[in-house]
Each structure stands twice: as structure tokens, then as C-alpha cells.
Design a protein. Structure first.
Length: 230
């Protein structure tokens, strides 16, 4: 680990957290990812070797610890008390970014894999039916891809290959448009009206689908200079 050679606690903290990818790994751990493959879903572009290296560095720094899962077979990563205390710091950085930086989403910002992963952990489980609902998401435009959301209790899941179940809802979306919906830059109803998002399937499920989406944690943060109607 490179050091700044300073006693300042900001410098000391930056030595641990300011390396490329490290803060995003902490973000994923704070949002409930504990297994290596779950971290890869939330960090689609990180090389596996670098993810391993960063996890080891965070463990050495006392930010996370490795544990066996409930079955004692698989290794999981959990934040320590020190790591959990980063929640408000990481959220504050996200709030700042949404307010001052993240005003527009362009071709270089879209990542359907991360978007669908974020969607699956932000579904309103109280609003979904008490039976399994399979949603196929077909992205087009700035980035292409097909994903499946298997929505069921106790935990929805995401697939990059056909899970083998009958599809209940087909969502075809312009990639940038659905990212903008997720970040609160527009509404899904506006995107539907503009023909940027299409939902086909059982009418009752198609009507309910927008209500299942709780959007990004940062969707409610108003950009600097924005006016609020009222």
C-alpha cells in the first residue's frame, strides 16, 4: 500500500479507501453483497485478481472479515464494526455526487448488468405477488443485453441466461432511458409515454411493475440548481 507519509487522518483513511475500486467494493458490501460472485455482479468491470487483492487489503486494514457461510462451505465477506461505520460516509459521497456531478447519463455511464443487480435488491417485497414472477429485460440503444429477474420471496435473483421459467413480463428498454429512470432523472411513466420503455405481459402485472421499483438510494437527491415544484 502506498502511503502519503502524513499523520493527517484524512491521508490515513485515503490510503485504505481511495485506491481504485475500493470504495465501490465497500458500497457493495454495505448493500448486502457477501459472496465473491455477488461482488462481481455489482462490479462488472473489475478483474477478478484485482478484486481479490482489494478484498485482502480491506481485510488487512480491519475493514472486513472473511467468514464461512451458514453451511460452512463457502467463504463470505462481511464488514467489521469499522467497515459498517462507513455507511454514512459512503452515502454522503453518493448524495454529493448525485447533487453536484451526476446530472446527465450518457453512453459512457451505462451498465445494464449493474443496473439490473441494483434493481433486484431495491424491489419492494411487500408489493410483489406471493408467487414467482419472471421478468425478461431486453436492453437496446447505448448498450445491449438480456437479463432475467426472478422475483420471489424471500429474495429475488438475477440471471444472465434463461432461468428456464415461463416469462410473465417482457420489458424492452432504451438503456440510457432506464438508467435515467433509476436515478430519478425522469419517471418510468414518462419513459413509457415516450416509447423508450415498453412493458408486455399480464395486464395486472404490467400495471404493478412500476410500483415494485424503489429506485436508486440516491434518486431522491435533487441536483444543485434544480427547482422543486410546489
Amino acid at each position: 500500500m502506498r502511503t502519503y507519509g502524513q499523520f493527517c487522518p484524512i491521508a490515513k483513511s485515503s490510503e485504505i479507501l481511495a485506491e481504485r475500486w475500493t470504495l465501490l467494493i465497500v458500497r457493495e458490501l454495505l448493500l448486502g453483497s457477501h459472496r465473491f460472485n455477488e461482488l462481481e455482479w455489482g462490479l462488472p468491470h473489475i478483474p477478478r485478481s484485482l478484486l481479490t487483492q482489494r478484498l485482502r487489503s480491506l481485510e488487512d486494514a480491519g475493514v472486513l472479515e472473511r467468514r464461512a457461510d451458514a453451511g460452512g462451505k463457502r467463504r463470505e465477506y462481511h464488514l467489521t464494526t469499522a467497515g459498517l461505520e462507513l455507511f454514512e460516509i459512503v452515502k454522503g459521497i453518493g448524495d454529493w455526487g448525485q447533487k453536484w456531478v451526476n446530472h446527465n447519463i450518457g453512453h459512457g455511464d451505462v451498465d445494464p448488468k449493474l443496473l439490473v443487480w441494483d434493481m433486484h435488491r431495491r424491489l419492494d417485497l411487500e408489493a410483489i405477488p406471493d408467487h414467482r414472477v419472471v421478468i425478461q429485460l431486453d436492453f437496446h440503444g447505448a448498450a445491449r443485453g438480456i437479463f432475467w429477474l426472478v422475483v420471489e420471496r424471500p429474495e429475488p435473483s438475477v440471471c444472465q441466461t434463461d432461468p428456464g421459467f415461463d416469462v410473465d413480463l417482457f420489458v424492452s428498454a432504451d438503456t440510457i432511458a432506464l438508467h435515467r429512470v433509476w436515478m430519478g432523472h425522469t419517471t418510468i411513466h414518462e419513459a413509457i409515454d415516450e416509447g423508450l420503455v415498453e412493458i408486455d405481459g399480464l395486464p395486472e402485472l404490467a400495471r404493478a411493475f412500476p410500483k415494485w421499483l424503489q429506485l436508486s438510494f440516491f434518486a431522491g437527491v435533487q441536483p444543485a440548481g434544480a427547482t422543486v415544484a410546489g
